[in-house]
Design a protein around this ligand. Structure first.
Ligand SMILES: [Zn+2]
Length: 441
């Protein structure tokens, strides 16, 4: 049987568009291109860098400066002032001050002492990962196809199988100074590598020019997508357990449940909601695997920041149309979810953890009907909603491997990356490329 090929990622680099751009301009151009397609990286995720020859403003001597996307913002819409700039030799000198992984967070403060040209842009936690890779242009993205591989328990073996010897592999570790050292060391010892897969996280790739880095990033993601398409197991999620309700019925049930849930979870803050019965959502909520996969939560730390660790499955049965019984049980269901979330927070919190967020579920899955999502405002809700749809699309193809089932106890609120926390506060409407617009319809 011939398998469907993955949809190609178009190479959008246009030499005519970049004529006359300086190196930081080329870096920005590349960053915006990468961020314009959500298959390449998620909103607010990923970062890019270049190690560029500049003139020191005081000594007028040539220096090498690391331009690296700073904390917050989004690759697709960032501007030149979104880059932090650091003297590369000063950043290297921090290796001599490093006291070990228990103290790696103190290194972030020291990045400020490496600032070039008084640039006020805050550095992100990924700065060391870019700075210590001995290649000029470095991309880090959270590509769907690569994460589908990186989130499998046999990710290292799959990385070898899919990419041959072109990419290295590092197991999951919270991004920071220590992971930067490991990545730099691996890249130095393996000049044949064009990048490294970070387990449970994403992809690092590099090149000697901006255009080469961009095209390598695209090529590697395409290779992953093609391999997944060729090895996809059907049906996804164990096949359908229930048939979707007719379209009118789906809307009618959603119209009953939405205001009920919204009323019960809006006591402390106002909420807006969103309903979808898109095919990818129905495929998951109607599947045999819903009951086992949903409580296990998301497969990638980037997701649970937006969606909470797990969705709440609403026990609606389309065959019995038990919407009244569901409505009666909502209060208890919501309370049980809040208790579970509070217990998770107490279990995992560290002294520097942020306060507990609203403990209500934000994603509600209704068999036969679709998905409801809620957030403080419509912008966040749209993002949340889009994240879930992408997650399932990805995990649908990830059924090829033994999916790593991250347990809630392994997610620590204090381990959320500072870059992600700040990203949450800076969610902006995305400049959507034509491919994304098509995919979201
Ligand atoms: Zn990342």
């Amino acid at each position: 049987m011939t398998k469907a090929a993955a949809e190609p990622l178009p190479d959008l680099w246009d030499d005519a568009n970049v004529a006359g751009l300086d190196e930081p301009g080329l870096l920005l151009y590349r960053s915006n291109l990468l961020g314009s397609d959500l298959r390449i990286t998620n909103f607010g995720g990923g970062n890019t860098s270049a190690k560029l020859a500049m003139t020191d403003p005081l000594t007028k001597k040539p220096v090498t400066v690391l331009w690296v996307k700073g904390s917050g913002g989004d690759l697709g819409s960032m501007r030149r002032d979104g880059f932090a700039t650091l003297y590369l030799d000063k950043l290297e000198s921090l290796k001599g001050l490093y006291r070990g992984i228990a103290h790696e967070d103190e290194m972030v403060t020291l990045f400020n002492h490496c600032t070039f040209d008084l640039n006020p842009r805050a550095t992100s936690i990924d700065t060391a990962l870019h700075g210590f890779v001995p290649h000029v242009h470095v991309d880090h993205v959270h590509a769907d196809a690569v994460i589908a591989i990186a989130a499998c328990s046999n990710a290292e073996q799959l990385t070898r199988e899919v990419f041959g010897g072109a990419l290295g592999f590092l197991p999951w570790q919270r991004p920071g100074f220590d992971l930067g050292l490991k990545l730099g060391d691996m890249a130095s010892r393996h000049p044949e590598y064009v990048g490294v897969v970070l387990g449970g996280h994403g992809l690092f790739t590099w090149g000697e020019t901006s255009k080469a880095a961009y095209q390598t990033t695209l090529r590697i993601i395409q290779q992953a997508a093609d391999w997944l398409a060729a090895n996809e197991k059907q049906p996804a999620f164990g096949g359908a357990r229930v048939e979707p309700a007719p379209r009118e019925k789906r809307r009618a049930v959603a119209a009953v449940l939405m205001p009920l849930i919204r009323g019960k979870i809006s006591r402390d803050e106002r909420k807006v909601g969103h309903f979808t019965d898109a095919p990818a959502v129905l495929e998951f909520v109607n599947s045999h695997a819903l009951e086992t996969l949903a409580p296990l939560g998301t497969s990638c730390p980037d997701h649970f920041l937006r969606t909470k660790i797990r969705p709440l499955v609403i026990p609606y049965d389309p065959d019995r149309d038990n919407v009244d019984a569901v409505a009666d049980s909502l209060e208890a269901l919501l309370a049980a979810y809040r208790d579970d979330y509070s217990a998770y927070y107490q279990r995992c919190k560290r002294p520097n953890s942020p306060d507990m967020r609203d403990p209500n579920a934000v994603i509600y899955l209704v068999p036969g009907i679709g998905m409801l999502s809620f957030a403080k405002d419509g912008r966040q809700d749209r993002l949340r909603h889009r994240w879930c749809r992408r997650h399932w699309r990805r995990d649908g193809v990830a059924a090829i491997g033994r999916r790593r089932l991250r347990r809630a106890r392994r997610h620590r609120p204090g381990s959320a990356r500072p870059a992600d926390r700040s990203d949450r506060a800076e969610i902006q409407p995305r400049q959507r490329g034509r491919h994304q617009a098509r995919r979201d319809r």
